[in-house]
Design a protein around this ligand. Structure first.
Ligand SMILES: Cc1cc2nc3c(=O)[nH]c(=O)nc-3n(C[C@H](O)[C@H](O)[C@H](O)COP(=O)(O)OP(=O)(O)OC[C@H]3O[C@@H](n4cnc5c(N)ncnc54)[C@H](O)[C@@H]3O)c2cc1C
Length: 234
């Protein structure tokens, strides 16, 4: 496989109304069933805006999204699973022997043919040794030590909307690594199809801050001026 494939395989039905209804429970005297039946999509939309403006984010945990992710490198899956408030099930390199090696080639390497050739040779040599070790009867859990981080993987990830907003705030920042930025752009595109109001909130952190908190801005927002020193003369 040479293309990343991302699909939203299941999600909380009516995710935006679910979040809004959950938020209303804390302040409404009516039953939850009544509240749910009365809640129009327009009211849900405005409630979501209020929750976001107030930073009242726990209701966003009631909507969850499950994605199938295929064709990312192990380099990127390693970064992805650092987001702890999510569930992951990844193809095992212990139980699945890689007869054919699919791997990611960064564009910077493809742009340099003399290095790209060496890159492919090294990755293929690693796979050859891996295959020899399997043929010699070594367990896949040990032979896999020779495989590079470029090797493609597949996994299922479930994440709630609050954690999705948080992870997107970090991983859609152009200071994050290109492969994981691309992955989160695809995750956002999937959410936008089923929950456009929520999907519109999946943005790099500078959108919410109104400035760039990195040392050098990508140009989307300027970096914040350093706070001026207190006037010691007073
Ligand atoms: C551009 C970039 C560069 C990075 N570089 C490195 C690097 O060089 N080395 C490295 O090791 N990592 C690196 N990381 C990973 C980073 O340190 C975090 O592990 C990762 O972004 C997960 O984010 P998180 O910890 O905010 O939140 P998540 O795991 O997504 O959790 C969400 C939030 O829940 C809360 N939370 C979760 N677990 C706990 C807990 N145990 N205790 C208290 N609060 C908790 C926190 O508020 C947290 O922000 C990098 C990340 C980015 C985006």
């Amino acid at each position: 496989m040479d293309l990343v494939h991302v699909a939203l395989i299941s999600y909380t039905p009516d995710p935006e109304r679910t979040i809004a209804a959950a938020a209303r429970v804390s302040v409404s005297p009516v039953t939850i069933t009544e509240l749910w039946e009365r809640l129009s999509p327009e009211r849900a939309d405005s409630l979501l805006s209020q929750l976001l403006a107030a930073g009242h984010l726990s209701p966003f945990e009631h909507a969850s999204f499950t994605f199938a992710i295929e064709g990312i490198s192990r380099v990127t899956s390693h970064q992805l699973v650092r987001h702890r408030l999510a569930s992951y099930t990844q193809q095992s390199q212990r139980y699945v022997s890689l007869k054919k090696l699919d791997y990611v080639t960064p564009a910077t390497i493809s742009a340099r043919p003399e290095l790209e050739n060496k890159y492919h040779r090294v990755v293929e040599a690693a796979h050859e040794l891996y295959s020899q070790m399997l043929e010699a009867g070594l367990p896949a859990e040990d032979a896999r030590y020779v495989l590079p981080g470029a090797v493609e993987t597949r996994l299922v990830m479930s994440m709630n909307a609050r954690e999705l907003m948080h992870a997107c705030s970090l991983r859609l920042c152009l200071k994050a690594q290109w492969e994981i930025v691309g992955l989160f752009e695809m995750l956002k595109a999937e959410v936008l199809k089923v929950a456009p109001r929520l999907g519109a909130e999946l943005n790099p952190k500078c959108y919410r801050l109104g400035y760039c908190d990195e040392s050098v801005s990508c140009g989307l927002f300027p970096t914040r001026e350093p706070p001026s020193a207190p006037d010691k003369a007073k």
